[in-house]
Design a protein around this ligand. Sequence first.
Ligand code: TMP
Ligand code: ASP
Length: 243
Amino acid sequence: MTDNITKQAELYAGKVKTIFETNDPDRVMVLFRDDTTAFDGEKVEALPRKGLLNNQINGFVMQKLEEAGVPTHFEGFASPNEAVMKRLDMIPVECVIRNVAAGGMSRRLGIEEGKPLPEPIMEFFLKDDPLHDPMINESHIHVFGWASDAEMETMKALTIKTNAILFPLFDAAGITLVDFKLEFGRFHGQVVLGDEFSPDGCRLWDKTTQKKLDKDRFRRDLGQVIEAYDEVAQRLGVELFEA
Ligand code: TMP
Ligand code: ASP
């Protein structure tokens, strides 16, 4: 499927991924770099193997989602740290869903970290680093036109569906899926899951020890970041191919 796709000019370098045009106007090549950032890019470090781990965890998860009926941009791997994706017109809204209280919500509302929620909570953030990704609601999204009402309904439904697919997938690997962030884009008018699903954009806690297996190890200087990402890959059954 991706054999005849060749990498061309660089389109855009994000904080941790670089996007290249390809010979197909509808496809891009995404390079997952080793750069790791937190606090909207204020803290940056290159952690060896992070790019290949996130590329391959992302591909594994996106394939599971696609099989279960969530349309994604993932097309196939091109190398250990590169993949071919559909070229999307990105919607600047980050969709967060939470199963357990943690992070920003705990801080904002004074809810103890680790408190299980009786049902998932959804939140939206504007993707804007200089503004530090402010929290927004559906009224902001509607009035400022960041997504149409129909796109919003699809994004909400796909976020809930993704949670329903991934919570049991991680649970079977002995991991609690505490929360995660998704980004969507438009592909020929269809809303499709974009960006990445990796330990950079979710919270993963060991079910019995509560050990953090995600980017909070980097944000909070807990050490052993790559060891934790490797453990996630291994527990999910991702068959890693190395450089
Ligand atoms: P928060 O607790 O910082 O609000 O984040 C909730 C989850 O969403 C957490 O797993 C991290 C992820 N997230 C990002 O990866 N990037 C973002 O810009 C935001 C707002 C959240
Ligand atoms: N993903 C954002 C960043 O890299 C926010 C965070 O993870 O803290 O800055």
